[in-house]
Design a protein around this ligand. Structure first.
Ligand code: AP5
Ligand code: MG
Length: 274
């Protein structure tokens, strides 16, 4: 399929059970729509764990147990990453006005979530240029996180991916990852060209610490507890779109079609052939 350009900034999030294929669909979307970039909350956390940062050390036990890390921690991490990539700017530091959203200084804390004070008082701006497009893989995953993100930069499409859990658990047992880049492989579905090696760098692939069936069940449980309020939040905002399927062959073309319809530059129809 020919690569497609974007007509405006896409700020999309992928939501779904652990192992549903959020990382896999993100990689495919970025190949098809080259203006897209992505942030995976799980990859960011794993990078902090590998580098033994204070945040990584705090997050590690939660991740190993299949529990979510605190909202304030993940929010700080994501806002920092969005700023580093230049997709949002704190206009109290530097002017950059295209659109803006602000977080009032008064307490917007929801359900005792503590928002880091630097984030709470900042006023963020963002661009609507296609190059400021991004996919968030794995964030937000609680309604609180969604409310906080909306104060910083509004998301304009939420893709909820649905696959039965019996199918997902099989995949998790066969998943291998290239940790530095987040590239994902599967020995039965999406095998690397050379067994055990990353296609791009040739580095050895590894298993994720939380890809153990018992931990996966905990991750699924936590997903089930948090997902309904999250989807309700985005459904009310009118930006939720759901896709069902058992395999990527069913899911990817549906996502490409819907995403292309909403954000792609229309491809002129050739009438009557050449
Ligand atoms: P995170 O890394 O986000 O893990 P997850 O949500 O559990 O999802 P996965 O990355 O396991 O799965 P995926 O949907 O990306 O699937 P993939 O494409 O790899 O989070 C890890 C932890 O960090 C959390 O448990 C939590 O502790 C913490 N965390 C992260 N974000 C947080 C937040 N916002 N708030 C609080 N805590 C947070 O696919 C899986 C496998 O299936 C692969 O092998 C793939 O090749 C294969 N596959 C994919 N699609 C298909 C298909 N269609 N058919 C066949 N095989 C397929
Ligand atoms: Mg993932």
């Amino acid at each position: 399929m020919a690569l497609q350009s974007l007509s405006r900034a896409a700020r999309i999030i992928l939501v779904g059970a652990p192992g549903v294929g959020k990382g896999t669909q993100t990689e495919r979307l970025m190949k098809q729509f080259p203006e897209l970039s992505s942030i995976s909350s799980g990859d960011l956390l794993r990078k902090n764990v590998r580098e033994r940062t204070p945040l990584g050390i705090q997050a590690e036990s939660k991740m190993k147990a299949g529990a979510l890390v605190p909202d304030s921690m993940i929010l700080r991490l994501i806002v920092n990453e969005l700023s580093t990539r230049g997709w949002i700017r704190d206009s109290t530091l530097r002017p950059y006005a295209v659109y803006s959203s602000s977080i009032a200084a008064e307490d917007h804390t929801v359900d005792s979530v503590s928002i880091p004070s630097a984030i709470k008082t900042a006023k963020y701006t963002y661009s609507d240029h296609p190059e400021a497009s991004f996919i968030l893989d794995g964030f937000p995953r609680t309604a609180n996180q969604a409310v906080q993100l909306n104060e910083i930069v509004p998301i304009n499409m939420v893709v909820s991916i649905n696959t039965p859990s019996e199918i997902i658990i099989d995949r998790i047992c066969n998943r291998w990852v290239h940790a530095p880049s987040g590239r994902v492989y599967n020995t039965t579905f999406n095998a690397p060209k050379v067994e055990g090696m990353d296609d791009i760098t040739g580095d050895p692939l590894t298993r994720r610490a939380d890809d153990d069936p018992e931990v996966w069940k905990q991750r699924l449980q936590s997903f089930k507890e948090n997902n309904e309020p999250l989807l309700e939040h985005y459904d009310k905002a009118g930006i939720l779109w759901t896709v069902n399927g058992n395999s990527s062959d069913e899911i990817t073309p549906q996502i490409f079609k819907e995403f292309g319809k909403r954000f792609g530059v229309p491809v002129p129809e050739v009438v009557g052939g050449l």
